[in-house]
Design a protein around this ligand. Structure first.
Ligand SMILES: [Zn+2]
Length: 466
């Protein structure tokens, strides 16, 4: 190949060995100067992330905790106690943000009735997700982005609807994160639609997210990313005590829950079990963390959720959407799903004191930067294919412009070794094809759209084309 022709074998053996190690990427670097591994940071996005206020996050958690319990089966009539009052509070805050932002943020109670399920629902319950929508400004861009937290809380007995269940961290943290994003973004203009939701019924069986995911499917939302924030405000584990206020886990499924037998067959042939759309989204959030996190890191966790568990992203995965879960690095189980009590000198319960608001603020910033970056980027390219008709040691890719929104200014091909967790090379391309002097057998490729300012979409893994 070109590299070896232009570098004759009289190079010193040691130097040549070094070059061989670097060969696959050195070849790429030879034609053009190597592009940076990350797109350029947008100061506008950084500014928005910096507007997130730890004080607001704390004030809203204290308000939520003050409703006593937010158990799904709790009081809905009292103005001061129970899930009804809490839902109204979040709705009224959304409305306040809407007014302050020029009135474009619309707010709805997404209501639905759940019948007794023989498990965690003992009577018919009218539930409501509190949903705020910031419509896109480009009518040709159908994309929707969604960020969620769950408003309901619980104690040790999942059916106890009357005991105090502060739920400061689980999931007051996710709920106030969503509220704060809505506050900061309510006055902003993005080409595509942003949705902010506090779902109900998570603890009783993912009812609110299940309802919303089914609704998204039924109404044909072009939902390209769902970010579930559940337990994102505590920075220390208790057993052992580990303080870690600098990292946030992102959980993602490796292969789509709704994959067809045909897709499963190709996935097995190419061993792309680590590259489903949700995992691409997870990788994207880690790269966004590197751009805007100021040292705060997103840790890729190759699981759909914590061991044998699920969350509000799960129903979205089941409906075929890219959806991930953010959760703090070290959970404190003395604070989760616990009756408020002291036992052998240890305090139990999900109280406000267990939340680190500076940590929660950084996590909110990562969510905001992810949403804004996705919203400002063009939609991902369509029909991305790797050509396999002829046997070569090169890689030929082709794709089409996105089906929605403005035409991208260009594209980037992302490349990594088959065993590497994150992209290792980023190659800008102007047209709708790429012909790279590295073997498709040795690397994984993704193609993303970019706009003139460098905002980048989530990459799309190619399917086999002929
Ligand atoms: Zn939770």
């Amino acid at each position: 190949m070109t590299f070896f022709l232009s570098h004759p074998p009289y190079l010193a053996p040691m130097k040549f060995a070094t070059l061989l190690l670097l060969a696959p990427f050195a070849v790429l670097a030879q034609t053009k100067p190597a592009a940076p591994l990350l797109p350029p940071a947008d100061p506008g996005i950084q500014k928005l992330a910096d507007e997130i206020s730890a004080k607001n996050l704390e004030a809203n958690i204290r308000r939520l905790v003050a409703f006593g319990t937010r158990h799904t089966l709790s009081d809905t009539q009292s103005p001061t106690r129970g899930i009804g009052a809490a839902r109204n509070y979040v709705r009224d805050e959304f409305l306040k943000y809407s007014r302050a932002g020029g009135g474009r943020l619309t707010v709805e109670m997404d209501t639905f009735t759940v019948q007794p399920d023989g498990r965690r629902i003992s009577r018919p319950v009218l539930m409501a997700n509190v949903l705020a929508t910031l419509p896109g400004t480009d009518p040709t861009d159908t994309r929707v982005l969604l960020v969620s937290g769950h408003i309901d809380s619980r104690v040790s007995d999942v059916m106890n609807a009357t005991a105090d269940a502060p739920g400061a961290n689980d999931d007051g943290s996710g709920t106030v994160l969503v509220m704060e994003l809505a506050r900061v973004l309510a006055g902003q203009k993005f080409p595509c639609t942003l949705k902010f939701v506090a779902v109900q019924g998570e603890e009783q069986g993912l009812y609110g997210s299940g309802h919303l995911a089914a609704r998204a499917k039924k109404e044909g939302w072009n939902l390209v990313a769902m970010l579930n924030n559940d337990i994102v405000g505590n920075s220390h584990g208790f057993d052992p005590v580990i303080n870690d206020g600098t990292r946030l886990r992102v959980f993602s499924e490796g292969t789509p829950a709704n994959e067809t037998p045909e897709q499963a067959k190709q996935r097995r042939q190419l061993s792309s079990e680590n590259d489903g759309p949700s995992r691409q989204l997870a990788r994207y959030t880690q790269r966004i963390g590197q751009l805007y996190g100021k040292g705060h890191q997103v840790v890729l966790t190759y699981r759909p959720d914590r061991s044998l568990r699920g969350g509000d992203h799960t129903p979205f995965n089941q409906q075929g959407f890219a959806a991930v879960r953010f959760t703090e690095m070290n959970e404190d189980y003395t604070h989760q799903h616990q009756d408020l009590r002291t036992e052998k000198g240890r305090a139990y319960g999900d109280v406000t004191e267990g939340v680190d608001f500076a940590y929660l603020r950084r996590n909110a910033g990562l969510n905001l930067a992810t949403m804004a970056s996705l919203a400002l980027a063009p939609a991902a390219p369509a029909q991305v294919e790797v050509l396999t008709a002829t046997l070569t040691n090169r890689t030929e890719l082709r794709w089409q412009a996105p089906a929605t929104g403005p035409r991208p200014a260009g594209y980037v091909v992302l490349v990594r070794a088959t065993s590497a967790p994150q992209w290792q090379q980023r190659i800008p391309v102007a047209g709708l094809t790429a012909n790279l002097p590295i073997s498709k057998d040795n690397f994984i490729f993704g193609v993303a759209s970019v706009d003139g300012a460098g905002h980048e979409s989530v990459p799309v893994l190619p399917v086999v084309g002929r």
